[in-house]
Design a protein around this ligand. Structure first.
Ligand SMILES: [Zn+2]
Length: 315
């Protein structure tokens, strides 16, 4: 399966063909940043969600392996996103970020339902801790609006931390009600809100996505789509309308390319996951492409420019 080899067809859905400077396909001059990667030392108990159908990711995935994939694809840095819901996970990702220059920032986990300040106190001085995420997709409906969760989120501004919203499409209305309550808190929607690509659902997802995009503090990751589609039969043409819808709703200044490596490997090679987004933005101006493929992630997660040699979040 090679999405990069799919015919490049200009989408009729809001293709930005009238945008100034659209030259199509040229490599952006800026650094590419992958806004969404995970790392793990595979352990069946700690990663119970990696079931028998996911044999290809039942092994270790560490930054050195990611770095090879990134180098081959021209990606300079990545944002490491939590996969386990433990403080140890956050500490481990920060340690990896110290050891590997390719990790520009960390999206960690703390228990947002309990004392946020006490948990963040020993972590907050680490400039690579850029944001937090909770795996809300696995929580009962209504979780995002629980008073104790809202209290936890209300503390993040104080620490200059972002929050990654990971929900299924059916939870996106809750997500909009949630994000509305914190107009000064930067949020990013992971994986376009996980539309049901397999089932071909589009209309309601698009409506809910547009409601989220109407909030100026919400951004969107162009990531994780291949695994919402049939892992062996997806095509770039099938995924393109979802990417176009997100690009049109959020505009080129609030979307960021992400691979969701190594989870993407269930359905696509790293290069194809990146190529899918690159192809979708080929008609944008060079400056817009640069922002979507790296600049926006750097801005959102406050990643320092790489001129100093190392990446790190600035707060
Ligand atoms: Zn992921």
């Amino acid at each position: 399966m090679s999405a990069a080899n799919e015919p490049r067809e200009r989408s009729g859905v809001g293709a930005p063909s009238e945008r100034a400077g659209g030259s199509g396909g040229a490599k952006p001059p800026g650094q590419m940043i992958d806004s969404h990667q995970h790392y793990w030392r595979y352990d069946p108990a700690e990663y119970a969600w990696i079931d028998g159908s996911m044999g290809v990711i039942r092994r270790d995935f560490l930054p050195t392996v990611a770095a090879c994939e990134m180098r081959a694809r021209g990606v300079s840095a990545a944002v490491a996103v939590q996969a386990r819901q433990t403080l140890d996970e956050t500490r481990w990702l920060l340690q990896l970020a110290d050891e590997h220059q390719t990790i520009a920032a960390v999206v960690g986990w703390i228990d947002l339902l309990s004392d946020v300040d006490a948990q963040l106190a020993p972590l907050a001085s680490n400039t690579k801790l850029a944001g937090l995420r909770h795996i809300v997709q696995s929580e009962p409906d209504g979780f995002l609006l629980r008073p104790s969760f809202l209290d936890g989120i209300a503390r993040l501004r104080q620490f200059g931390l972002t929050y990654d919203i990971l929900v299924y499409a059916r939870q996106m209305r809750d997500a909009a009600a949630f994000a509305t309550r914190f107009p000064d808190q930067p949020f990013v929607l992971d994986h376009l809100g996980k539309p049901d690509v397999r089932g071909g659902e589009m209309a309601r997802w698009r409506q809910d996505l547009e409601a989220l995009a109407a909030l100026p503090n919400v951004w969107c990751k162009l990531s994780g789509l291949v695994t919402e589609a049939d892992w062996t039969a997806w095509t770039a043409d099938q995924l393109r309308p979802y990417l176009d819808a997100a690009l049109n709703a959020f505009g080129p200044a609030r979307v960021m390319m992400g691979s969701d490596w190594p989870v993407c490997l269930l359905a696509a090679a790293y290069a194809d996951a990146v190529g899918l987004v690159e192809d979708a933005v080929a008609e944008y101006s060079p400056d817009e492409r640069e922002q979507i493929l790296g600049g926006n992630a750097a801005r959102f997660y406050k990643v320092l420019p790489p001129h100093g040699g190392t990446y790190g979040a600035q707060r």
